[in-house]
Design a binder for this molecule. Structure first.
Ligand code: AQP
Length: 371
């Protein structure tokens, strides 16, 4: 079965889950999908296979979909301001080029909806340092830092605020994000328990391991990542054909020359086969049969050709959108306004539950009691 077909089957399965939820007497929280992506660099095939392609399918199934360019998250590690603003525009262009339609989904910039940071503070007050220190991504990212920024420690709470601001019920994420989603669920439960029912307990939509974790081309034990200092470790949607060919040619495989799919024992070559299967629409089995007799060195040329043809039309669209920066700003501004409208309602409710709202009759009662 091809990876594309598997994504579709998973989404159909999830849709059945949604429809059974819908047919139950009164769903407490309508189905809403939220996801975010950091503007930390060019989108790579891991982001595309693991997240964006799934978002496009959910959007095309008319799910209530909210997507955020999470720029507040992208400053948790040292960054260059000029690069960040360029990345925000490039990411907007890339998402549109990959098929995100701002008329069907809300696409917005996180920092422009201040409710995220405000809810983060409220949730931070019910989080514990011991719990946050246990999260593996924090451990991984802080490992080589002498002075650890507070933002890096707290960012899972901001992530929970991102999700809960919209009362999202489903979160499509890669496998690497599962523990952060668990924290979000815990915080929703704690808040509901202490201050009254406010948030749904969101569920992660993890598809399957093949595309939930596209591996680094240089070190198949790691995931492909925007922030990996080795540019040869990834294939970006904006890479020129010769860069794609070079990076795939240099991909670490092993000492067996045959092309076989065995993610546990042969993660390097299996990663290439998964990518090839996704971009060609062919099944892993068909690919392995087709390339029987070719060694991994020659197979890399086949994969590179397939990837180059797949990304070409997307790259053309990215170029087209980047030539119209005014349109990109317009898309974000519209998305920001729509997102703020929803998030501000949630924040108001949170303030009320926390006892921070003093207005109308309640205020008169309080003043009467005070005098
Ligand atoms: N290698 C991957 N395989 C599958 N899915 C992946 N995702 C990221 N890398 C892979 C998924 O892409 C979505 C957006 O991710 P992100 O940009 O918010 O941050 P990330 O997960 O930390 O991705 P990177 O590329 O590794 O970014 P940096 O280097 O900036 O930290 C998420 O749904 C993620 O699971």
């Amino acid at each position: 079965m091809t990876i594309l077909r598997r994504i579709s089957r998973q989404i159909v399965k999830n849709s059945r889950k949604y429809s059974s939820e819908k047919s139950s007497p009164e769903p407490k929280y309508p189905t809403r999908v939220f996801s975010g992506i950091q503007p930390t660099g060019s989108i790579h095939l891991g982001n595309y296979l693991g997240a964006i392609s799934q978002w496009v399918q959910l959007q095309n199934q008319n799910k209530d979909l909210i997507l955020s360019i999470v720029d507040l998250h992208s400053i948790t590690l040292p960054h260059e301001p000029k690069k960040l603003s360029r990345n925000i525009l490039e990411l907007t262009a890339t998402l549109l080029a990959c098929g995100i339609d701002p008329n069907k989904a809300i696409l917005f910039q996180q920092s422009k909806v201040s409710a995220h940071a405000e809810l983060c503070w409220c949730l931070g007050c019910i989080s514990t340092m011991a719990r946050l220190a246990h999260l593996p991504q924090y451990k991984e990212k802080s490992e080589n830092l002498k002075n650890i920024p507070l933002g890096l420690f707290v960012y899972p709470v901001l992530q929970a605020a991102d999700i809960l601001s919209y009362k999202a019920t489903h979160i499509p994420v890669g496998e690497d994000q599962v523990q952060q989603i668990q924290l979000c669920q815990e915080l929703a439960r704690i808040f509901n328990g202490r201050f009254g029912e406010t948030f749904p307990i969101p569920r992660s939509l993890i598809t399957s391991s093949e595309y939930g974790r596209v591996r680094s081309l240089r070190d198949p034990s790691k995931k492909m990542s925007k922030s990996d200092p080795d540019e040869k470790s990834r294939i970006c949607m904006t890479d020129m054909p010769d860069t794609i060919a070079r990076n795939i040619k240099k991909a670490v495989t092993d000492f067996t020359s045959e092309v076989t799919f065995d993610p546990v024992n042969r993660p390097g070559v299996s990663n290439l086969i998964s990518i090839h299967s996704f971009v060609s629409g062919k099944s892993v089995n068909d690919i392995c049969q087709e390339v029987q007799g070719i060694d991994t060195g020659k197979y890399k040329f086949v994969v590179a050709d397939a990837v180059i043809s797949y990304v070409k039309p997307i790259q053309e669209k990215i170029g087209h959108y980047l030539n119209d920066v005014g349109y990109l700003y317009g898309v974000l501004e519209e998305g920001n306004a729509k997102a703020a409208q929803i998030a501000n309602v949630t924040l108001k409710e949170v303030h009320e539950k926390l006892g921070m709202t003093v207005e109308g009759r309640k205020r008169d009662d309080i003043v009467a009691k005070c005098v």
